[in-house]
Design a binder for this molecule. Structure first.
Ligand code: FAD
Length: 466
């Protein structure tokens, strides 16, 4: 298959087309560089041009033109994904959805929105027009799009109550356009949603999203200090299990991470203090304080409704999920991270075991989440990186202990996920993207069905560094 970039560009010149090398480069990148492994392999990648459709009709025509010229298409929301999800391995078209950002309809309990809407803007409109808010969002709330969250994210603030994006009920409907000579528009609900959600845009472009809403609250941010990290973890688990207390977040973060990397907290805490970051609904505040007072070692070091800190720390959720890693990286560029699942019911024991083995080489950062009604932990552990070999060994030790790893140092859906082929996503790609033009190199099952998963997958057609 030979691609014809110049002909394609001239056919697309009627649209909002960007061919400026500096901005094309900027829009070809995401947050892959969190991983030293991916940084070493993806840093040089760049698309050939960026095109930004204003609506679904333009998007369909753009896909038709790219299909006709065999030009690969990598969709971009805001490019905050990790894993190199939005990096164009084979060059070609960056389909930027920044103009498709309208909130279309708000109903009691749900909203219909275009994919390029920033989650922050979506939340603001829902709150202003209906007193409702998005149930769950990534800590990149201020900068990420709702379409990118669904195609690339997994869960976040709100997962303590609502579970993960993949759980039934957290997405109501997706409208999807295929990559064919005559693109089709399809609507997915129920079990079919798994064909395209968290598929990195490898098998269709999401053009409309319908998700549930919940009443909006003026959440109170809290940071609770503990000298013993395991006590912080047990406290988080226990409060997340208090059915009458409404929380949106409970994130234990091990010392010395808060003192060393959260600069606005440093003057107010001790180096040996681990913190639990909390978002609590105002009507639950009394119950929350009563519960916390039972932990005699717990110290409320920050509360957003009553503090005299000269420098406001900003939203507490921007210290949690992958923002913890970002803050650490800004101070110490040698830091990287892992994504671990400490499953119910022995999640606390597993965390204790891992801490014993690695100590300060892998500082713990946990997120209390709910799965099938049971609270357990997603770990976004920090790693003091020394070598790729040691990183692989750390991952192996976690897996040997029964802690599942979603490896953020791999760029394929399979390796970053459950290390196995998702048949539903593969089958839909066979139907919807027959030329394999959508986000190439991200689905091993499409490129190499016999891959054994005994080494890192290398996409053979990845553009070489020049
Ligand atoms: P992008 O990065 O632009 O895209 C993500 C993937 O989706 C890409 O593969 C892209 O091709 C594809 N895509 C985008 N739009 C569409 C579409 N309309 N149709 C089809 N495919 C599409 N993730 C979490 O889940 N939870 C977190 O709490 C979280 N915290 C983060 C914190 C930091 C500091 C950083 C850097 C990342 C974090 N992430 C988190 C990852 C990422 O920010 C989120 O998944 C985010 O919501 C992605 O949105 P985006 O608009 O930036 O998507």
């Amino acid at each position: 298959m030979s691609s014809n970039i110049d002909l394609c560009k001239s056919a697309l010149s009627k649209y909002d087309l960007d061919t400026n090398p500096a901005t094309v480069k900027q829009k070809s990148r995401d947050f892959f560089w969190y991983s030293p492994v991916l940084k070493a392999r993806l840093d040089h990648l760049v698309g050939d041009f960026v095109v930004s459709p204003k609506n679904e009709a333009e998007l369909i025509d753009i896909l038709k033109i790219c299909y006709e010229h065999d030009v690969p298409v990598t969709t971009r929301g805001a490019g905050t994904g990790n894993y190199g999800q939005a990096m164009p391995f084979d060059g070609g078209c960056i389909l930027h959805l920044n103009h498709m950002n309208k909130v279309k309809e708000i109903h009691p309990g749900s909203v219909i929105v275009e994919p390029g809407c920033l989650i922050k803007d979506l939340d603001a409109e829902c709150k202003a027009h209906s007193g409702q808010e998005v149930r769950m969002f990534s800590s990149t709330w201020a900068t990420a799009t709702i379409g990118g969250f669904i195609a690339g994210g997994s869960g976040g603030i709100g997962s303590i109550r609502w579970g993960s994006l993949r759980d039934l009920g957290n997405i109501i409907r997706l409208r999807v356009v295929t990559m064919e000579a005559e693109p089709r528009i399809l609507e997915f609900r129920h079990d079919e949603l798994a064909r395209v959600s968290h598929a990195y845009g490898t098998n269709g472009i999401i053009t409309e999203v319908e998700i549930p809403l919940t009443p909006a609250y003026d959440w109170v941010d809290m940071a609770i200090g503990f000298d013993d990290f395991m006590e912080a973890a047990r406290y988080s688990d226990a409060i997340a299990n208090e059915d009458g207390i409404l929380l949106k977040l409970a994130s234990p973060i091990e010392a010395p991470v808060p003192f060393d990397y959260f600069q606005r907290f440093t003057p107010h805490i001790r180096r040996e203090q681990s913190l639990v970051m909390i978002m609590v609904a105002p009507q639950s505040l009394d119950a929350f304080l009563t519960f916390t007072s039972r932990y005699t070692n717990a110290e409320i070091v920050y509360r957003s409704d009553n503090n005299d800190w000269p420098r406001n720390p900003g939203p507490i959720f921007e210290y949690t999920w992958n923002h913890t890693t970002l803050r650490a990286l800004k101070v110490d560029p040698s830091i990287t991270y892992l994504q671990v699942r400490y499953g119910y019911p022995d999640h606390l024991e597993k965390v204790a075991e891992i801490r014993k083995i690695f100590g300060d080489e892998v500082p713990q950062h946990l997120e209390a989440i709910r799965t099938n009604g049971k609270v357990h932990f997603a770990g976004l552990s920090l790693v003091r990186f020394t070598s790729e070999e040691r990183l692989d060994e750390i991952i192996r030790i976690h897996e040997d202990l029964g802690c599942m790893i979603f490896n953020p140092h791999r760029y394929t859906l399979e390796e970053g996920g459950r290390q196995s082929v998702d048949d539903r996503q593969l089958k839909f790609k066979q139907e919807a993207d027959p030329k394999g033009l959508l986000n190439p190199g991200k689905m091993i099952a499409w490129d190499d069905p016999d891959f054994k998963y005994d080494e890192m997958y290398v996409y053979p057609k990845m553009k070489k560094a020049v």
